[in-house]
Design a protein around this ligand. Structure first.
Ligand SMILES: NC(=O)c1ccc[n+]([C@@H]2O[C@H](COP(=O)([O-])OP(=O)(O)OC[C@H]3O[C@@H](n4cnc5c(N)ncnc54)[C@H](OP(=O)(O)O)[C@@H]3O)[C@@H](O)[C@H]2O)c1
Length: 281
């Protein structure tokens, strides 16, 4: 049904075809920085209404414009990185500069490939991506699916676009993108919420806020790296540190009494449901 691909090696010699970013906000900027750092950076154009942001892209050696059509005309990959509510106004404008060899890679939350395609000339190739914010430090997670007219080669191009800043999971059924959103799109907020609760609880135990952030931050980062390095399931590592009758067992019992797994499961289901509702408009 779907599978993670080890995407293009960022150090690989192939140069990506010219890319236009429509919208030069937070997500686009993070992608641009990672692409600009490639050994063979692609030609990139950014279309962005804010002159200050345009100047920062020009300083990086990119072409910056306020003309979405001009940017689209210059590229083979057109990465749509505006807010979803702008799409009905912006995407139809791109049609004037559209050509059959272009692929639209949209990172807009909740916006289907079918809706995007209706605003472009018939047969337009659209790939939908759901990234998350750790992309800003090159550690993003991106779900990808293709629209009706997009090819495997288009998906591969989209994977290569994200490879320098994220890992990629291909999803063959677009309806599953709401589940991707629930798990990895919204996922950073779950980790941040858990960290927030741990820091607050550590302060209640008498630590200063800075001490609590150090204790929690290093424990979180170390535990996650340890989990990945060990190659084990989280359950096994959790059991290793949980002696019967010990301190960890006492803490985990409180979580289990509150149906910890059930809470997380209901939270993700709520996120998926909300994604479906937003997608219906
Ligand atoms: N942030 C996340 O966690 C996340 C995760 C997954 C997906 N996404 C999706 O990523 C997209 C971008 O998010 P973001 O956080 O990067 O938003 P953002 O920082 O607000 O970026 C959007 C950019 O588009 C520009 N823009 C506005 N009108 C435009 C127009 N007519 N033509 C071209 N550009 C225009 C905005 O410029 P001004 O600021 O000057 O208006 C802004 O720089 C959203 O659709 C969101 O759903 C975000």
């Amino acid at each position: 049904m779907s599978g993670e691909r080890r995407t293009q090696d960022p150090g690989r010699a192939d140069r990506l075809p010219p890319i236009a970013f429509i919208g030069g906000g937070n997500m686009a900027s993070a992608m641009i920085k990672s692409l600009a750092a490639l050994p063979l950076p692609p030609q990139m154009t950014v279309s962005e209404p804010d002159p200050g942001k345009r100047a920062s892209f020009t300083a990086l050696g990119l072409t910056a414009t306020a003309d979405n059509c001009q940017a689209t005309a210059s590229a083979r990959i057109v990465c749509l990185a505006i807010k979803p509510q702008m799409s009905a106004q912006v995407v139809p404008e791109l049609g004037a500069a559209w050509a059959a060899d272009k692929v639209l890679v949209s990172i807009l939350a909740g916006m289907s490939t079918a809706t995007l395609a209706t605003w472009l000339p018939a047969g337009a190739r659209v790939v939908r991506a759901m990234p998350n914010t750790p992309l800003a430090i090159g550690k993003g997670m991106v779900g990808l699916c293709r629209g009706k007219h997009a090819s495997d080669a288009d998906l591969a191009l989209a994977e290569a676009l994200f490879a320098p800043c994220a890992r990629v999971l291909r999803v063959s059924d677009e309806a599953r993108m709401d589940a991707v959103t629930a798990v990895s799109g919204s996922g950073p907020a779950y980790f941040f919420r858990f960290a927030e609760a741990l820091v607050d609880a550590a302060v209640q135990l008498g630590f200063t806020r800075d001490e609590a952030i150090l204790l929690v931050g290093q424990t979180g980062a170390g535990s996650w790296d340890y989990l990945l390095a060990s190659g084990f399931e989280a359950k096994r590592l959790r059991e290793q540190v949980t002696s019967p009758g010990g301190t960890t067992a006492a803490a985990l019992q409180v979580l289990e009494e509150q149906d910890f797994s059930g809470i997380i499961s209901r939270a993700l289901a709520a996120a998926q449901r909300r994604g479906q509702e937003l997608g219906r408009g």
